[in-house]
Write a protein of this length. Structure first.
Length: 147
């Protein structure tokens, strides 16, 4: 059964479509995209909408990784969640940078994307996450939240 409600799935899909149709910029994340995804993060991450909004403005990479983890609560294994946490810790406590995605963070996310069935090994580094990082992470969150 899907972890995300139908409304949350619609909100993520709306944000993805806005990004992919060229009506919103990927980085920094457009305000109208944040308006669509902040309620989802607030619901699944137990935050206020304002708090979720601020997280997307200040630390968008960390927040998107958190979103994937929250959306995958029922579909990702403990090992996969631990790998996401390792990527987050590298961002928050280590030396990884926010823009663009740091290579060492991507190396931690890649096995989870692959093992969750979302991506193929190294298939998302340059051609996906490097070109459209926000929409691609939102697609991943939606994917694991629908399982």
């Amino acid at each position: 059964m899907a972890y995300l409600s139908a409304l949350q799935q619609t909100q993520l899909t709306s944000a993805i479509n806005l990004l992919l149709n060229g009506q919103a910029r990927e980085t920094p994340i457009s305000e109208d995209v944040i308006e669509r995804i902040a309620p989802v993060l607030a619901a699944v991450g137990n935050q206020t909408i304002g708090g979720a909004y601020e997280h997307f403005k200040d630390k968008w990479v960390v927040t998107l990784i958190h979103l994937v983890g929250y959306c995958g609560t029922t579909s990702l294994t403990a090992a996969q969640q631990a790998q996401l946490t390792a990527a987050i810790q590298l961002m928050e406590q280590g030396t990884a940078y926010e823009t663009p995605f740091a290579q060492d963070v991507l190396e931690r996310l890649d096995p989870v994307a692959v093992s969750s069935g979302f991506a193929t090994t190294n298939g998302w580094f340059e051609d996906k996450i490097g070109v459209k990082p926000v929409s691609y992470m939102l697609k991943w969150a939606l994917y694991v939240g629908q399982k």
